[in-house]
Every structure is written in C-alpha cells, then in structure tokens.
Ligand binder design. Structure first.
Ligand code: HEC
Ligand code: HEC
Ligand code: HEC
Ligand code: HEC
Ligand code: HEC
Ligand code: HEC
Ligand code: HEC
Ligand code: HEC
Ligand code: HEC
Ligand code: HEC
Ligand code: HEC
Ligand code: HEC
Length: 317
C-alpha cells in the first residue's frame, strides 16, 4: 500500500516537473495530450496534431517526415517556411528562388518540361522535343540551367554556313539568320521531306503543292517573286475577263485572292461579302449554292431583283 502511494506521488511530481519544462515556448496553446502519450515525451501520437490548421499543411512526402526534422527548435513557431530555406538549391541560383514554379512536395522530378519551355518562349517541338536536355543545357548534368539564347542562329550558325556551295547557299543569297522565317521548329530536318522547310509566308496548298522549280524557275531563289496571283496567272486573267461572270466590271474592285483560293479557279469564297450582305453568316448562311442564286450573271452582277426566287413577298420582309 505504501509502495503504491509513493508511486502515485512520484508520478505527480514528475508530471508537474515536466509541465514546467515544456520545450515548446509559452505561446503554444495546444493541449499536451493532443500530441503526447503518457509513456514517453518522445513518442508522438500519429495523427494527433492536425497540421492543416497551420499555414503549412503537410502534403506529398512531407506527410512522412519526422516533426523534428523541420521543427529543429521545438518552439513550433520558430520554423522556416520557404522550400529553399530548408532545401539546398541544387541549381546554384540558375532557376531562381521560387522552387514551386517547377516542384511539388511529391517529388523533385519535374513533369512540366513542356510548359516550362512554352512559357520561356521556346516550345519544344519536332527535333527539339526528342533532343537530349544536355544538347542545349550543356550543364544540365550538373543541374545547372543557365540562361540560353532562344534565337536559332545562336545554336545553328554552323548549319547556316554549311549550305555554302549548294544552290541554296544561304550566305550568298543573303538569307535571313532568323531561320524560322523559312524553317519550322516543328520539323525533324531542314528540308521539306521532314517538314523542316516552311513556306507558310506563301502557303503551298492546293494547286500550289508543286515542285519548287515550277515557280522559282531554274532553282533561283535570289529572284524575288511577287505574291500577286496575276503575275503567274496572267493567262487566267485574260480567260476570266473574256468569260462570265464579267471579271472586268464589278469584280475588278477586288484582287483575285479575295475570291479565289489555290484549290481550283471554280472554288470561290468571298469572305468580305458579309461586310455588306451576310452570306456566310445570318439568315442566308447555308441556304444558297451558287453566287448566281442571287446574282444575275451579266456585266452588272446585280442582286437587287433576284430575291423573289426564294421569297414570295420580298416587300413584306
Ligand atoms: C503540437 C504537438 C505537441 C504539443 C501540443 C506538445 N508537444 Fe511536446 N513535443 C512535441 C514533439 C513533436 C516533440 C519532439 C518529439 C521527438 O523527440 O521526436 C515534443 C517533445 C517534448 C518534450 C521532450 C523534449 C526533448 O528534448 O526531447 C517534452 C518534455 C515535451 N514535448 C513537453 C510538452 C508539454 C509539457 C506539452 C504541453 C504543454 C507539450 N509538450 C505539448 C509535440 C508537442
Ligand atoms: C516538412 C516540414 C514540417 C514537418 C514535417 C512538420 N512541420 Fe509543423 N510546421 C511546419 C511549418 C513550415 C509550419 C508553419 C509555421 C508558420 O506558419 O509560421 C509549421 C507549424 C506547426 C505548428 C503551429 C505553430 C504555431 O503556433 O503557429 C505546430 C504546432 C506544428 N507545426 C507541429 C508539428 C508536429 C507535431 C509535427 C509532426 C507531427 C510537425 N509539425 C511536422 C513545418 C513542418
Ligand atoms: C521547414 C522545412 C521545409 C520546408 C519549408 C520544405 N521542406 Fe521539403 N522536406 C523537408 C524535410 C526535413 C524533408 C525530409 C527529407 C530530408 O531529410 O531532407 C523534406 C522532404 C521533401 C521532399 C521529398 C524528397 C526528399 O528530398 O527527401 C520533397 C520533394 C520536398 N521536401 C519538397 C519541398 C518543396 C517543393 C517545398 C516548398 C513548397 C518544401 N519541400 C518545403 C523540409 C522542408
Ligand atoms: C525552372 C524549373 C526549376 C526550378 C525553379 C527549380 N528546379 Fe529543381 N529541378 C529542375 C529540373 C529540370 C530538375 C531535374 C529533374 C528532372 O528532370 O525531372 C530538378 C531537380 C531538382 C532536384 C533533384 C536533384 C537530383 O539529384 O536529382 C532537387 C533536390 C531540386 N531540383 C531542388 C530545387 C530547389 C530547392 C529549387 C528552388 C531553389 C528548385 N529545385 C527550383 C527544375 C527546376
Ligand atoms: C533544343 C534545345 C533545348 C532542349 C533539348 C531542352 N531545352 Fe530546356 N530550354 C531551352 C531554351 C532555349 C530555354 C529558354 C531560355 C532559358 O530560359 O534559358 C530553356 C529553358 C529551360 C529551363 C528553365 C526554365 C525557366 O523558366 O527558368 C529548364 C529548367 C529547362 N529548360 C529544362 C530542360 C530539360 C529538363 C530538358 C530535357 C528534358 C530540356 N530543357 C531540353 C532549350 C532546350
Ligand atoms: C539552345 C539551342 C537551340 C536553339 C536556340 C534552336 N535550336 Fe534547333 N536544334 C537544337 C538541337 C540541340 C537540335 C537537335 C539536333 C542536333 O543535335 O543538332 C536542333 C535541331 C533542329 C532541327 C532539326 C534538324 C537538325 O539539325 O537536327 C531544326 C529544323 C531546328 N533545330 C530548327 C530550329 C529553329 C527554326 C530555331 C529557331 C526558332 C532553333 N532550331 C533554335 C538546338 C537549338
Ligand atoms: C529565306 C529562306 C531561308 C532562311 C531564312 C533560312 N533558310 Fe535554310 N534553307 C532554305 C531553302 C530554300 C533550303 C532548301 C530546302 C529544300 O531544298 O528543301 C534550305 C536548306 C537548309 C539546310 C539544308 C537542308 C538539307 O537537307 O540539305 C540547312 C542546314 C539550313 N537550310 C539551315 C538554315 C539555318 C541554320 C538558317 C538560319 C540561321 C536558315 N537555314 C535560314 C531557305 C532558308
Ligand atoms: C506556287 C509557287 C511557289 C512554289 C511552288 C514555291 N514557291 Fe517559294 N516563293 C513563292 C513566292 C510567291 C515567294 C515570295 C513570297 C513573299 O515574298 O512573301 C516565294 C519565296 C521563296 C523564298 C524566299 C523567301 C524570302 O523571304 O526571301 C524561298 C527561299 C523559297 N520561296 C523557297 C521555296 C522552296 C524551297 C520551294 C519548294 C519546296 C518553293 N519555294 C516553292 C512561290 C512559290
Ligand atoms: C509565283 C507564281 C504564282 C503565284 C504568285 C500564284 N500562283 Fe497559282 N499557280 C502557279 C503555278 C506554277 C501553278 C501550277 C499550274 C499552272 O501553271 O497553272 C499554279 C496553280 C494554281 C491553281 C490550280 C490551277 C488549276 O488549274 O487547277 C490555282 C487555283 C491557283 N494557282 C490560284 C492562285 C491564286 C488564287 C493566287 C493568288 C493568291 C496564285 N495562284 C498565285 C503559280 C503561281
Ligand atoms: C469578286 C469575286 C471574284 C474576283 C475578285 C475574281 N474572281 Fe474569278 N471568278 C469568280 C466567280 C464567281 C467565278 C465563277 C466560278 C464558277 O461559277 O465556277 C470566277 C471564275 C474564274 C475563272 C474560271 C473561269 C472559267 O472559264 O471557268 C478564272 C480563271 C478566274 N475566275 C480567274 C480570276 C482571276 C485571275 C482573278 C483576278 C484577276 C479573278 N478571277 C478575280 C469570282 C471572282
Ligand atoms: C443570298 C444572296 C447573295 C448571294 C448568295 C451572293 N450575293 Fe453577292 N451580293 C448580294 C447582295 C444583296 C449584294 C448587294 C449589296 C449592296 O447593294 O451593297 C451583293 C453584292 C455583291 C458584289 C458587289 C459588291 C460591291 O463592291 O458593290 C459582288 C462583287 C458580289 N456580291 C459577289 C458575290 C459572289 C462572288 C458571291 C458568291 C461567292 C455572291 N456575291 C453571293 C447578295 C448575294
Ligand atoms: C437562295 C434562296 C434565297 C435568295 C435568293 C434570297 N434569300 Fe433571303 N432568305 C432565304 C432563306 C432560306 C431565309 C431564311 C428564312 C427563315 O429562316 O425563316 C432567308 C431570310 C431572309 C431574311 C430574314 C427574314 C426573317 O424572317 O428574319 C431577309 C430580310 C432576306 N432573306 C432578304 C433577302 C433579300 C433582300 C434577298 C435578295 C437580295 C434574298 N433574301 C434572297 C433564302 C433566300
């Protein structure tokens, strides 16, 4: 009996003493029992304290980290909060202090390589997407991502000069050093086979999907070509003028490209028509098949008296 009393007494003394030496600072308002068990001060209850109540919820791999690894000082308020205050910047300042731009607490592996390059104004497409990181980031194996230049010439100077002696000797022809003017970043090579040549400044679609030499006679790229349809299609102009609809009257106000595409001369699309009378939008969208549904196919190309073909009572409309 005496032994038991003594034991209880000792326990009480111990608790009181311990309470006095809380290592957590005076400001901690949480009850000891939320985190502690009675056996030992160093055994912390799993899921005892709800860390989501703090401004720093434990996510990803932080969930399994020992409290003391972060709370080196057991005064819980006295703790770093930024990633780079607890983790060494392995990139040696080359990517800035905002680690969260690329990393999460789940892993140091990054999954947004694509969007990172997009944001940096250098989307990785074509041959760039398959190239090893080290080919461009020469210190990537040391985890350094020093700033790179994004202009093509910075990395492809040699290839530009290597065209010497070819029919398309770039330097001799005075070609722009902004390769993207004629070459595509989405390509796998520099020629049209792997889509590395890009003629989109004058799209080679429809009837223009032909040999380079059909337009650049003799493979001469030095001679500047005009994009005006009539320079190459003078004969077509004469043909059109002689036929109906009469191209020399109402149509003459517009350039050929405003009505014709490169598909065939009989595919006509006049986008600007909607500016004065909607035929691709509004009530008349998809209700006609030929321009001559509304127009009289004569020199005036009139539309004023043809409405009645579809409308019984045009006055009423
Ligand atoms: C939010 C949770 C939490 C609360 C509340 C809490 N503690 Fe702790 N306490 C800890 C953690 C975590 C440790 C470190 C455990 C370890 O060693 O890993 C610790 C350690 C201790 C230690 C041992 C210190 C050492 O150096 O090993 C004592 C003593 C202690 N706490 C007393 C208290 C007392 C007294 C209270 C109530 C006033 C209290 N604690 C409230 C989490 C808490
Ligand atoms: C990955 C690091 C990390 C781990 C692991 C961690 N904490 Fe924290 N803890 C923090 C940070 C950062 C804060 C936010 C401090 C702030 O808001 O100023 C914090 C805040 C707290 C606070 C609130 C302090 C206050 O009064 O505002 C308590 C209590 C706390 N932690 C207890 C714990 C306990 C108990 C554990 C283990 C179960 C633990 N922490 C594990 C980083 C951590
Ligand atoms: C208060 C200090 C602290 C802060 C702030 C902190 N961490 Fe941690 N983190 C740790 C500790 C401690 C570990 C456990 C691993 C260790 O001992 O280094 C860890 C582990 C990790 C891990 C697991 C991989 C590894 O290194 O073991 C990742 C990933 C991680 N942290 C990412 C982050 C990110 C991202 C941030 C910013 C949002 C961040 N951490 C903020 C302390 C912190
Ligand atoms: C612009 C993006 C970016 C930023 C910002 C960034 N990192 Fe990284 N980090 C990377 C890339 C890329 C890797 C290589 C891993 C990969 O390819 O998935 C990496 C890898 C790491 C690794 C793993 C290293 C290894 O040995 O595998 C750690 C640790 C790391 N980063 C810490 C940080 C810290 C700390 C910060 C903030 C100071 C930070 N990073 C900021 C992109 C970034
Ligand atoms: C064809 C060249 C090329 C390849 C291949 C390449 N990058 Fe980049 N990377 C760039 C350029 C150019 C930039 C943008 C300029 C800059 O920020 O330095 C950039 C930017 C970055 C940045 C910094 C982004 C920032 O916002 O700070 C990281 C990190 C990066 N690349 C990682 C990688 C990783 C990882 C790989 C491999 C999976 C890779 N890159 C492959 C050219 C490349
Ligand atoms: C930071 C360096 C860098 C920049 C900037 C860059 N490239 Fe590249 N490019 C590469 C690398 C590396 C390859 C992979 C092929 C290799 O190993 O040479 C490549 C491949 C290519 C290829 C495939 C043909 C080949 O040589 O393998 C084309 C086409 C290409 N780049 C076009 C461009 C264009 C257009 C630009 C400008 C908008 C550009 N590149 C900017 C580094 C760069
Ligand atoms: C004014 C347009 C133009 C510009 C700008 C231009 N190129 Fe070219 N490039 C061409 C033409 C045309 C060819 C021949 C393509 C073909 O025959 O399919 C060519 C071919 C090439 C070839 C050879 C392709 C092969 O398979 O033999 C390389 C390499 C090349 N260019 C690199 C560059 C580089 C690097 C730049 C920028 C520094 C550049 N070019 C800028 C028009 C241009
Ligand atoms: C249907 C006619 C046509 C075909 C086919 C054609 N081109 Fe062109 N090309 C043009 C016209 C028109 C221009 C002038 C574009 C401009 O100034 O905007 C031009 C311009 C160029 C230029 C000079 C760009 C500059 O800004 O200096 C190059 C180089 C070129 N073409 C290469 C080629 C190659 C290589 C092919 C074959 C893959 C080809 N072209 C096929 C009509 C054509
Ligand atoms: C640099 C010269 C050049 C220019 C500029 C040019 N073309 Fe062509 N186009 C050709 C060549 C060459 C052909 C091949 C067939 C031919 O000789 O008629 C062709 C074919 C066509 C065809 C197919 C012919 C058919 O009978 O089916 C159409 C349609 C066409 N061009 C429309 C246009 C239009 C519209 C424009 C103005 C936007 C234009 N072209 C500008 C050179 C050119
Ligand atoms: C306002 C629109 C418009 C403009 C501008 C225009 N056309 Fe047409 N073109 C048409 C229409 C409509 C047709 C008849 C299509 C049909 O019914 O098949 C046509 C037919 C043609 C035909 C085929 C004639 C036939 O006999 O089949 C040629 C060739 C032609 N146009 C060339 C040109 C040329 C060259 C120019 C520029 C000088 C030009 N067009 C400007 C609307 C236009
Ligand atoms: C649903 C009826 C309708 C159809 C279909 C239609 N038009 Fe018209 N178009 C009109 C009307 C109405 C006007 C007169 C607008 C005005 O008086 O300002 C007009 C005016 C025009 C003009 C004269 C513009 C000017 O500058 O005065 C041209 C050219 C023309 N259309 C061409 C075409 C061509 C080419 C097509 C076929 C692609 C076409 N239209 C199809 C109703 C139509
Ligand atoms: C090829 C047949 C056709 C021709 C030609 C035509 N329309 Fe229409 N129009 C329609 C159709 C179909 C509708 C849609 C009726 C509906 O939605 O109830 C319509 C609707 C309209 C409407 C709107 C009526 C409403 O209820 O909102 C007006 C206004 C109109 N047309 C005026 C004209 C005029 C003016 C002309 C002559 C320049 C003309 N249309 C020539 C077929 C035609």
């Amino acid at each position: 009996m005496r032994k038991v009393t003594l034991f209880i007494l000792l326990c009480c003394i111990q608790l009181v003493a311990a309470e006095k030496k809380s290592p957590h600072g005076a400001k901690l308002k949480v009850d000891c029992a939320v985190c502690h068990v009675t056996e030992n001060w160093n055994n912390i209850k799993k899921n005892g304290f709800d860390h989501r109540k703090t401004s720093f919820p434990l996510t990803g791999q932080h969930k399994n980290v020992d409290c003391r690894k972060c709370h080196v000082s057991l005064d819980f308020k006295n703790v770093k909060t930024k990633c780079n205050e607890c983790h060494i910047d392995v990139h040696q300042g080359t990517t800035g202090n905002d680690c969260e731009r690329c990393h999460t607490t789940n892993s140091w592996l990054i999954s947004n390589v694509k969007s990172l390059h997009q944001q940096a104004g250098f989307p990785l497409r074509g041959a760039h997407a398959t190239a090893d990181c080290n080919r461009c980031h020469t210190s990537a194996s040391a985890l350094r991502f020093d700033n790179l230049r994004t202009d093509c010439f910075a990395c492809h100077k040699d290839k530009y000069y290597a065209t010497a002696g070819k029919p398309y000797d770039h330097r001799a022809l005075g070609f722009d050093t902004d390769c993207a003017h004629c070459h595509s970043m989405a390509g796998m090579d520099w020629n049209k086979i792997g889509k590395g040549f890009d003629h989109s400044f004058f799209p080679l679609t429809g009837g223009h999907n032909i040999s380079c030499n059909d337009c650049h006679k003799g493979g001469d790229y030095r001679k500047k070509l005009s994009t005006d349809c009539t320079t190459c299609h003078g004969g077509k102009k004469a043909q059109a003028t002689a036929s109906s609809p009469a191209h020399s009257t109402v149509f003459a106000r517009y350039s050929c490209g405003e009505c014709h595409t490169t598909q065939t001369w009989n595919t006509v699309k006049m986008k600007q028509h909607d500016a004065f009378f909607g035929i691709y939008s509004g009530k008349h969208r998809n209700v006609w098949t030929k321009c001559t549904d509304c127009h009289v196919n004569d020199a005036r190309y009139d539309a004023a008296n043809t409405c009645g073909r579809c409308h019984d009572d045009i006055q009423h409309l």
